[in-house]
Design a protein around this ligand. Sequence first.
Ligand SMILES: [Zn+2]
Length: 424
Amino acid sequence: MSILIKDSIIVTQDSNRRVFHGDVYIEDDRIVEMGRINVEADFILKNKIVIPGLINMHTHLPMTLLRGYGDDLPLEEWLTTKIWPVEAKLKAWHIAIGTKLAFMEMIATGTTCCNDMYFFEDVIAREAKNFGMRCYAGFSIIDFDTPEMKKEMLLPECEKFIKKWKNDGLITPVIAPHATYTCSPETLQKVAEIAEKYDCFIHIHCSETRHEVYDVLNKYGLRPLQQIKKYGLLSEKTMLAHCGWITKGEVKEISSAKACVIHNPVSNMKLATGGYTPLPELFEAKACVTLGTDGAASNNKLDMFETMKFAALIHKHHRWDASIVTAQQTLDMATVNAAKFLGINVGSIEEGKKADIVCLDAKQPNLMPRHNIISHLVYAASGFNISDAIINGKIIYHERKFLNIDEEKIYEEVEKAKEELLQS
Ligand SMILES: [Zn+2]
């Protein structure tokens, strides 16, 4: 497949953060040429704002099925009376349909790569492959039976899962111990062994709530990050979701371990976790900071444009300083920072890079006039300004329509899954 994007504003996110007016030509899975180009192509797009596909670093894809179910409740009550009872009824087909819906929403709002953590992860990986989504698929490890299998089966099944997907071009298997309050020291240690054996990424919730921090401190005498470190899980392969209640010392430890923090401002605010991921201190310590939406039950969208805006605003407001997190730093978190951490050749638009690119229609009322395009992307744009999405060189979403996907059928099945899950 070849794609030519003409007469557009190209936000490269390269090392100079160059923005220019021109064309981009894509052949197979690569960006071949940039500048002024006159060639024939299978697809020609015109008058766009072209940006690297956004990378959503923390999500629970099938939770789209729980969007809007039991909002506005205290966290504990929400989990115990709403979320967990429904999750216990999940079957593979619910997961498949919830994942499809998540990909539709993500791609239609500019996300081309996601880092997931859930049950039935093999079903999720398969759906990602079918959809053409770049996906880091996190096989959840927890000390409870899951809706999919008995707890004793989780570690051996996770190994099988890693072996099955480890050489795939789009899907990367990840081991995902849920958190230090749901995984015993013994479990954490076994996770570390598997991660080392297969050299795979680790995705874990860390210090999301103050309750969690004191729970772990009371039980083990250590804070969650210390517990993660003690059992060999803090490395340059570790992705720490939330970190809303970490200390300045922990910021340094994360930075020197070269681990990655995933900031989920919308979910944190909606669940009222009270903590502020210390972005200014993490930036100062040169730690890797990325962004995630979290699951659709606690966001309730998977729109990374909204997450970018909240990520910048929450810290400006909290620190009484409008300069503390800039639009450029925010766009970096959603693109290059994540790509660099994951070690993949995406996240910027440069010749030779893999083509994970999304386009916004250039002429939209909320994007005019163009004083500063980076500012528009973070503060003015909405996910639904996206018109086209290209993943690994393939157009998946074109002129606001999915190619090769029956949207109506997915909506019907989503409603069917909802009805079945809510039956007692
Ligand atoms: Zn989460």
